[in-house]
Design a protein around this ligand. Structure first.
Ligand SMILES: Nc1ncnc2c1ncn2[C@@H]1O[C@H](COP(=O)(O)OS(=O)(=O)O)[C@@H](OP(=O)(O)O)[C@H]1O
Length: 422
């Protein structure tokens, strides 16, 4: 409660003058951005070699200066060959491991869905066909289609999407939401608006589970948040869609992201190496995807060109762990649903170190997310963590201002909030 009341105080205290300055700075930003695009063909999500000199950050930094620093190119001849190789290797992993990702998601589906809610729709939810649908996961189109065999109702395009962020806690949120009898969600990540758009809306709709009158169709694909063309595409499909974004301290998120890559490619360099273009000079490699994803303010700027804030709901990834029912309450309100998923549905599992869903009495299926969620993070040099906090701070401030919510990540400075301590 204290967090949310401090949030509203934060909003109400933003003076008109500041809002005016903010709007002005955004306009100047676009001007600057256009000029940059003309002269250097720089577009934020596509720009690969930008570096960031974290030392220059001050709290008064505006969007313009932040962007300037982010886009300023590295000193001539400075490109680090090892990093380039690694980035290419990581890209290969990203492409070739779509299957791995799905397998990873499969492991997360230890979290059971057949919640014993005493409603008619819940009975449908627990049908054997749906259980199969949830358990059979694969990457191929055909298999995806098989996963979504129709039962009662009709398949609809989603009315709400969890668009991000990667490693924010999106799976935990979706699985908890699926407990709600009025929500039907596809278990897999469709990646329609980034990788499969050319397959068309019919293909996308076909992936969705069937819904009855009044039920909401949902999906989650965390990469949408950082996909520059996703906002326009989603807007074209449904301008009134509800967007949910789970955000987490960008430093912890980066370490979580790195931990995932490391689990698949143990030979990659250390986090400390990848985070810098030049550590001695303090040049942070903001083009490294693990860091770039965490610059939430810049990604959000793109979404705000298409959707009003009222259509977006931001979930705190940290609070989703310490108070899942509280976060769930707000998400259900945002979706216009009755608060059915409450603290009665969660318990803290000491072995897992995370909240899990309570078992229905008649099931022995585990109710926690799988091993790929809640991994132990490698220990990262505290000095690097401190520098990254400093790097992200102005972007975080901008993000708080844009959303009107203070996620209080600065309080975690100096540590990976869960780090190797978990
Ligand atoms: N209840 C519960 N159980 C397990 N894990 C939980 C839970 N709630 C949030 N989290 C955090 O979710 C992080 C993974 O985020 P995502 O599901 O968004 O990852 S992914 O992008 O889909 O790969 C995962 O990150 P890591 O801890 O770094 O593995 C968790 O911290």
């Amino acid at each position: 409660m204290a967090f949310w009341s401090s949030t509203s105080v934060f909003t109400s205290k933003v003076p008109r003058k500041m809002l005016f300055m903010f709007t002005l700075s955004l306009s100047v930003t676009y001007l600057f951005y256009s000029l940059m695009s003309c002269y250097n063909s720089l577009q934020f999500p596509l720009q690969e070699n930008y570096v960031y000199q974290g030392r220059l950050v001050t709290e008064e930094t505006t969007f313009v200066t932040l962007r300037e620093k982010l886009y300023s190119t590295s000193p001539q001849g400075y490109l680090d060959e090892e990093l380039i190789e690694v980035t290419a290797a990581e890209k290969t992993v990203a492409i070739s491991t779509v299957k791995d990702n799905v397998e990873t998601e499969q492991r997360t589906l230890d979290w059971v869905r057949n919640q014993a809610a005493p409603t008619k729709t819940a009975a449908v939810y627990q049908s054997p066909a749906l259980e199969r649908e949830h358990q059979e996961f694969s990457t191929t189109d055909n298999e995806l289609r098989v996963n979504c065999t129709s039962d009662y109702g009709v398949k609809k395009l989603p009315q709400a999407i969890i668009i991000g962020v990667k490693k924010g806690g999106t799976r935990a949120l979706l699985e908890a939401l699926r407990v709600h009898p009025d929500i039907r969600a596809v278990g897999n990540e469709p990646h329609f608006f980034d990788r499969n758009y050319e397959k068309g809306l019919d293909w996308y709709r076909d992936l969705m589970p069937s819904t009855l009158e009044g039920q909401i169709t949902m999906e989650k694909t965390p990469s949408y948040f950082v996909t520059s063309h996703a906002p326009k595409r989603i807007h074209t499909m449904a301008r009134d869609i509800k967007l949910i974004i789970v955000v987490r301290n960008p430093v912890t998120r980066a370490i979580s992201d790195y931990t995932q890559t490391l689990s698949k490619k143990p030979e990659i360099p250390t986090f400390e190496v990848l985070a810098f273009k030049n550590r001695t000079l303090g040049l942070i490699d903001a083009s490294w995807s693990a860091l770039r994803i965490g610059i939430y303010a810049l990604h959000l700027e793109t979404w705000m060109q298409y959707f009003p804030l009222a259509q977006m709901h931001f979930v705190s990834g940290e609070r989703l762990i310490v108070d899942p029912a509280g976060e769930m309450g707000k998400v259900q309100d945002f979706l216009g649903l009755k608060r059915i998923v409450t603290d009665k549905h969660f318990y803290f599992n000491k072995t897992k170190g995370f909240p899990c869903l309570k078992k229905p009495e008649d099931s022995s299926t585990p109710r926690c997310l799988g091993k790929s969620k809640g991994r132990t993070h490698p220990k990262i040099d505290p000095d690097v963590i401190r520098r990254l906090h400093k790097f992200f701070k102005p972007f975080n401030m901008m993000f708080y201002q844009m959303t009107g919510q203070n996620f209080e990540w600065e309080l975690e400075e100096g540590s990976d909030s869960r780090g190797s301590q978990n």
